[in-house]
Design a protein. Structure first.
Length: 178
């Protein structure tokens, strides 16, 4: 009988060790996923700039349904003469106020150096042509709804939140590997 009691307590110890290892693994994986998520989101902000893209967050619905409000736009420097009708461009509403608009090109008037544009959701074309001087670039990629998240991440509180998520991930990894 004494032999059996030792075996039962050893089995219970092994089961506890398995449960503890499983919990530790879950904590470690969760920590790694949190850190990876922050790295992926930050890379979406940093890497495109290295390759010459500008990023913008869509605030109005003038291009819906093609580009929903809250989308992230990647804009590439393309010579204005190379822009075709139906391309989507980003431009300053005026050089004085600095507001950025994203609309579809209806016609590119190379001789006069202007674009005639229209928002997809608008009934008519924009009332005034866009001079090449106001042109920023051509929209080459849109990611729906990511603009809001990345705008928040670049704010003061967003940076603090990202740092806290990374710290939590490191802590969970530390606890999981004990």
């Amino acid at each position: 009988m004494k032999k059996r009691g030792r075996k039962d307590s050893k089995d219970r110890g092994d089961q506890r060790d398995k449960k503890l290892r499983k919990k530790d693994g879950i904590l470690s994986i969760t920590g790694t996923v949190l850190i990876a998520a922050v790295i992926v989101l930050c890379s979406m902000l940093v890497l495109p700039g290295i390759f010459g893209f500008h990023m913008y967050h869509v605030l109005s619905g003038s291009m819906e349904p093609a580009i929903p409000v809250g989308s992230l736009l990647y804009v590439k420097d393309v010579p204005p003469e190379d822009v075709d009708g139906e391309d989507i461009i980003a431009f300053y509403s005026s050089l004085e106020d600095g507001g950025i608009i994203t609309h579809r090109v209806v016609e590119n008037h190379v001789v006069s150096g202007t674009f005639q544009t229209k928002g997809d959701a608008n009934d008519g074309e924009d009332p005034t042509p866009v001079p090449y001087a106001n042109y920023i670039g051509e929209v080459v990629r849109t990611i729906p709804y990511m603009g809001k998240l990345l705008t928040v991440m670049t704010s003061f509180y967003g940076k603090i939140a990202a740092a806290c998520v990374v710290a939590l991930g490191v802590f969970l990894n530390f606890i999981g590997k004990r």
